[in-house]
Design a protein around this ligand. Structure first.
Ligand code: SF4
Length: 386
């Protein structure tokens, strides 16, 4: 067993370089080890979309890969120690960790060996053994491999709680600068389309736990010289047309011994602004055309995209806090879905007359007040200039 744990440690450690997330991380990955075992594996404390807190094992089935994506630590030919598990071997090891309380869920990905279809079969076999031979009923996130077939995508959806395929770049031209042997439409976008198609054409049949799994994707932000506008255009399409739960923007970070090792890393502020803008598209009813971009398609770094919109559109036309509808309230800086609900609830009892009333229900009055009218009156607050 010690040898298995050593291999799993190597693979889970290497996955800490793979920035994909599928849930809210509530701490940094840490090493945990079974009793009486000298070795440990990396686990990630996370909150799942249903609010459950678990320790997630993020790992690869193999870190060997025949592809040569320019940004990836696992690319073919890169010199490091690689490790591999067979599906049943992995499933049994995971269940041992589960029973010992080391990990309660698994995010399983893989390098590609023998083509995307063969590799996908191995991921499916692992999940199948977990679910049907070993009776595991916990959280499974399965990666869909580039080039997987439709039937494999459907099988993954029958076994997992979440499926994902990383687009990496917003379009085929940008992808060619990151991963010249991946085909954007045929290998990456098509499986995401199948996921949505299956959800819609087979609404009667559900996944293993009564509903079809959610789907997510990831971009390597800043890796291919793409603009924020390109990333957000594709993200908007994924949210509106393909039912994606979340697009992740993993800031490009150069890896030694890869063709992009000398390229500058993407600053954290760019990742932050991309998430803010993508949430406006997904949750706040904003259209892409309403966001402010620089001439080169970048989001302004110095200002929150929602504040930029409010300064342009609401400074002269503030919103009446006692009458505005939910989505209108959510356009005010400092007011999110929960804040809008709180305002609507409070004003059913009595009119909101000043910033003190806003503060009482948990709204950041400093951010919101410059864009609001309180029964027809402005407050003394000046618009934020940062
Ligand atoms: S296919 Fe995946 S694991 Fe292989 S080099 Fe590309 S990104 Fe890395």
């Amino acid at each position: 067993m010690d040898d298995d744990i050593v291999r799993l440690k190597a693979l889970s450690e290497q996955m800490t370089f793979e920035p994909a997330e599928d849930h809210s991380l509530i701490g940094t990955p840490y090493l945990d080890k079974p009793e009486n075992c000298p070795e440990a594996v990396f686990v990630h404390p996370v909150i799942l979309p249903n609010g459950q807190r678990i320790k997630l094992l993020k790992t690869l089935l193999t870190s060997a890969c025949e592809r040569d994506c320019y940004y990836c630590p696992f690319r073919a030919g890169r010199d490091f120690h690689r490790a591999t598990f067979q599906p049943e071997e992995f499933a049994r090891l995971f269940v041992m960790l589960f029973r010992k309380g080391i990990a309660q869920g698994v995010f399983l990905s893989s390098g590609i060996t023998g083509g995307g279809i063969r590799t996908q079969d191995k991921l499916l076999d692992s999940a199948d053994v977990l679910r049907h031979k070993l009776g595991f009923r916990g959280y499974i996130h399965l990666k869909i491999m580039p080039g997987a077939e439709r039937a494999q995508v459907e099988r993954a959806m029958q076994l997992a709680d979440r499926v994902s395929i990383n687009l990496e770049a917003p379009n085929d031209i940008r992808l060619s600068k990151l991963a010249p042997h991946k085909q954007f439409t045929a290998e990456l976008l098509q499986p995401l389309k199948w996921v949505e198609e299956i959800r819609h054409t087979q609404p009667g049949y559900k996944g293993w736990n009564g509903h079809w799994p959610s789907s997510v994707t990831q971009f390597v932000a800043g890796g291919a010289g793409e603009s924020d506008l390109e990333l957000l255009s594709t993200t908007d399409y994924l949210y509106q047309q393909l039912g994606i739960r979340r697009a992740y923007f993993s800031p490009f970070s150069p890896i030694l011994d890869t063709p992009l090792e000398n390229q500058l890393p993407t600053p954290a502020i760019r990742e932050h602004r991309l998430y803010q803008a993508s949430f406006l598209l997904r949750d706040y009813g904003f259209d892409l055309e309403e966001l402010t971009f620089e001439l080169d398609g970048r989001l302004p770094e110095q200002i929150d995209p929602k504040l930029a919109w409010a300064q342009k559109n609401l400074s002269e036309r503030p919103i009446e806090v006692n009458r505005a509808e939910r989505f209108t309230l959510m356009r005010i800086p400092g007011i999110g879905p929960r804040g809008a609900e709180a305002i609507m609830k409070a004003r059913r009892q009595a009119k909101i007359r000043d910033v003190t009333s806003l503060r009482k229900i948990g709204i950041s009055a400093e951010q919101a007040a410059p864009y609001l009218l309180f029964d027809g009156r402005r407050t003394p607050y000046q618009p934020c200039l940062f």
